[in-house]
Design a protein around this ligand. Structure first.
Ligand code: GLU
Length: 450
């Protein structure tokens, strides 16, 4: 290992990841994005190469995959596949959400679990990285079908989790309702009330105020710091926020509170656009309360435009917050945004910008906040929920909001400082990757080869 070339080392690890994990493109994408930023760190501290830290990090502690059989409303048995990746618990119990979406597979779960290690480290809290879910589509399923599916899912997952072991939460397709069903089934299986085994619970089940809002608010708090450094603010700016789930809704809400004009958002069917600004309260009502599709918005605002199956990124804006899902913003979308004058992008979703889209932003000096930093507010408030559950206290909305703002600000400062220290001033991707990595890597060395 003596005198090993850092660039060569990183390329070898990436190559090995490709060989050992065939057909997992999202996982390679996440590994490559991280590993490339670490070359200057390995050059300065060869001890990480000597301890095979990167090789050990890209190999999850375990990947659990299981059958989820359940009975639908017609009385027919259905079979889905469940997953939990327990990636790294160097700094705390595995922590990360569960996603219920037909696209869920080993690659998706592993990319999310891998990202989660560094995101969680950046929050400054004692949480390791994990992720899970199932290829189950909750759309158009009745409440009872959701309950039966979730209970069956928990029958298997319950064997592997616990407040000090692995603490799941929500993600796409999993919110308070699903988590509360999980808490119920887990309690029944365990014969104990261990509410700290989950976060994102309903408030009366032991959840934290502000968990629902935290990812979206956090993304805007992070973006606000980015704007400040550009001598700008949200006030008066045109913002596009893709998606219409929890992250998107609360990013829109906070951006509007800061005086921005949110001109477009979307769901999997299409986008709505209103150059005068969208009515976020109505979107909240349609999506959260009535579980309707976004096109219904037009009934109340005939001057707004609905476009099915068109890219939201073709629309003009100053700030873009991709808050839907992975790789939703590609090279063409990025080029169009740049052409239309976008100057800041912050990722509310996990890895929503493709590798090529990021390159377009970087080449055009667009300020870019990567997901593992910009969307860390959700998991950060999850860790606050864990703290409240262990100490049996509950903090007010304002207290949590203040902590969230401080955490997002710290993540921003850490990322800026790390980027500067390693010769990539202003590059928040490099900064977030390096700062998130170093803490976990140092603890792994301290804990020995395991
Ligand atoms: N799914 C969220 C994320 O991507 C939150 C995870 C959690 O709260 O554990 O960070």
């Amino acid at each position: 290992m003596e005198g090993k070339d850092a660039k060569k080392y990183v390329n070898e690890v990436i190559e090995k990841v490709r060989e050992r994990n065939p057909n997992e493109p999202e996982f390679y994408q996440a590994v490559e994005e991280l590993a490339e930023s670490l070359i200057p760190v390995f050059e300065k501290y060869p001890v990480y190469m000597e301890n095979a830290i990167l090789e050990r990090m890209v190999e999850p502690d375990r990947l659990i995959m299981f059958r989820v059989a359940w009975i639908d409303d017609e009385g027919c048995p259905q079979v889905n596949r469940g997953y939990r990746v327990q990636f790294n618990n160097a700094i705390g119990p595995y922590k990360g959400g569960l996603r219920f979406d037909p696209s869920v597979n080993a690659s998706i779960v592993k990319f999310l679990g891998f990202e989660q290690i560094f995101k969680n480290s950046l929050t400054g809290q004692a949480i390791g990285g994990g992720k899970g879910g199932a290829d189950f589509d909750p759309k158009n399923r009745s409440d009872m079908e959701i309950m039966r599916f979730t209970q069956s899912f928990m029958n298997e997952l319950s064997k592997y989790i616990g407040p000090n072991v692995d603490v799941p939460a929500g993600d796409i397709g999993v919110g308070g309702r699903e988590i509360d069903y999980m808490v119920g089934q887990y309690k029944r299986l365990r014969g104990a009330f261990e509410k700290g085994a989950f976060t994102g619970k309903g408030i009366d089940v032991g959840g934290s105020l502000m968990r629902k809002e935290s990812t979206g608010y956090g993304t805007v708090y992070f973006a606000q710091r980015m704007l400040e450094d550009l001598g700008k603010q949200f006030e008066g700016q045109r913002v596009i926020v893709s998606g219409a789930g929890k992250v998107s809704i609360y990013a829109m809400e906070k951006a509007v509170e800061f005086g921005a004009k949110v001109v477009a958002c979307s769901d999997s069917g299409g986008y709505i656009y209103d150059e005068n600004g969208l009515d976020v309260e109505l979107i909240k009502q349609l999506k959260e309360v009535e579980q309707k599709r976004i096109y219904e918005y037009i009934d109340s605002y005939p001057n707004a435009r609905y476009e099915a199956e068109k890219s939201i990124w073709m629309l003009p804006c100053d700030i873009a917050l991709p808050c839907a899902t992975q790789n939703e913003l590609d090279e063409d979308g990025a080029k169009k945004l740049v052409e239309n004058g976008v100057y800041a992008v912050a990722e509310g979703a996990n890895m929503p910008c493709s590798h090529d889209a990021i390159a377009v932003f970087q080449n055009n000096k667009v300020a870019f906040g990567p997901g593992k930093a910009a969307n860390a507010g959700g998991v950060a408030v999850s860790a606050l929920e864990m703290a409240q559950n262990s100490s049996r206290v509950s903090w007010s909305f304002e207290a949590i909001d203040n902590m969230l703002q401080e955490i997002m600000s710290n993540i921003y400062d850490k990322s800026v400082a790390a980027a500067k220290e390693y010769g990539s001033e202003g590059n928040l991707i490099a900064g977030a990757n390096i700062a998130g990595f170093k803490k976990v890597a140092d603890v792994m060395i301290a804990q020995g080869v395991i």
